[in-house]
Design a protein around this ligand. Structure first.
Ligand code: MRU
Length: 373
């Protein structure tokens, strides 16, 4: 395998976020609820295991959710390759998380290859497509990385005295959220590998602190970074400490509106006010050509209040512990995503180039997807 087919390392060992176990059937994933404090893996052997891992966010991030759901259908077919079971598994997996469109995209991809073939051929066909979805994700992210690298390089060339390029990112759109490389992080990893000096500001991303995953990833790869509380970005931008923002996304509409982790919109507003370019990195399966107005039409996941009212971290004795931060009896709302209108987006970093966030640019770059909506 070439150097860039498989890129990210954990403690020096090449690691993807999802893989087939040695028996070729069960699926291995990293339990992301343990990170950054502990590295642990899970074995998913049934469709219910896969659905649970997605719903509880042991696996998360739009492209990884899609990949694990695709394997979930494989696991369901192994148990029972009937039409009825296929439809049931599809519905179970689709219901796990509502916002990331990659989930439906990946399920539909597997459905398309198994629906009209005899039952005895379904399992092999499903695994083949799920494997391809994973490999395609890696190739797409590498292409995103190469396209985004040019943006970082342009800024680096204007810097005086070897000063670093300062990048701000939100949530985790890193390799943990994809199969490898990440989307927002792929340009960062390539720039770092190319010797460009970087400083990545990593939003903590309450309530689930996915920024800690990003900080862990960057640390594993040796990329200099600074972990910041969510509300720090505006202040940094006002003081010229951010050269560009790069975030990921869970769904981009036909007109280029961007749905991403809650708090992304506020970063985009601050970036606009301070003349900081705001880029969104996305693989084409994240584009939903069937919706136009992101604010009006994107389903926004609302998760349990407990995620707001508590914080989980590592206690002094090494145990993971959840402690309450909100007063007893308070009421909390946990909106997980928000929508950044296309007008606030400087560019969409895709596998086919850096595009304007507009209907025309998206349809021109991905005509086959636009036509198939
Ligand atoms: O709730 P999560 O952790 O699944 O949300 C993840 C994000 O919002 C990511 O930015 C997005 O999925 C892009 S991942 C390449």
């Amino acid at each position: 395998m070439g150097r860039y087919d498989w890129a990210m390392k954990v403690n020096g060992k090449l690691t993807r976020s999802v893989w087939r176990e040695p028996d070729g059937r069960a699926v291995g994933v990293i339990d992301q609820t343990l990170l950054p404090h502990r590295f642990g893996t899970l074995r998913l052997a049934t469709v219910d295991d896969a659905a649970r891992a997605i719903a509880t966010m042991q696996v998360r991030g739009a492209p990884l959710i899609g990949a694990v759901a695709a394997y979930g259908l494989c696991l369901a077919l192994r148990a029972d390759a009937s039409d009825e079971n296929l439809e049931r598994a599809y519905a179970t997996l689709l219901a796990t998380r509502p916002t990331a469109i990659n989930l439906k995209w990946a399920l539909d991809e597997v459905m398309a290859v198994v629906r009209n073939i005899p039952r005895e051929r379904r399992v092999a066909a499903a695994y083949r497509r799920a494997d391809e979805i994973c490999d395609e994700d890696v190739a797409i992210n590498l292409a995103i990385g190469r396209n985004g690298l040019k943006l970082i390089d342009d800024i680096a060339r204007k810097k005086q005295n070897g000063a670093p390029v300062n990048v701000l990112t939100h949530c985790n759109a890193g390799w943990l959220a994809t199969v490898d490389w990440g989307t927002a992080t792929a340009p960062i990893y390539l720039a770092h590998d190319a010797g460009i000096k970087l400083r990545v500001y990593v939003d903590e991303t309450r309530p689930r602190n996915q920024g800690a995953l990003t900080a862990w990833e960057l640390g594993q790869h040796g990329v200099p970074h600074t972990y910041i509380a969510d509300n720090t970005g505006g202040h940094l931008m006002q003081h010229g400490l951010v050269d560009m923002v790069i975030v990921g996304t869970d769904r981009v509409t036909a007109q280029g509106d961007v749905c991403n982790k809650i708090g992304t919109y506020l970063k985009a507003l601050a970036a606009k006010d301070n003349g900081v370019p705001f880029y969104v990195a996305l693989p084409s399966p994240t584009i939903d050509f069937s919706v136009t107005d992101g604010v009006a039409e994107t389903p926004i996941e609302e998760r349990g209040a407990d995620e707001i009212e508590t914080v989980t971290g590592r206690a002094a004795d090494g145990r993971l512990e959840t402690v309450r931060v909100a007063p007893d009896g308070t009421s909390a709302a946990n909106y997980s995503f928000d929508v950044t209108p296309a007008r606030l987006v400087s560019g969409l970093i895709t596998e086919r180039g850096v595009l304007a966030a507009s209907r025309a640019a998206l349809a021109k770059a991905f005509p086959e997807r636009a036509a198939a909506k």
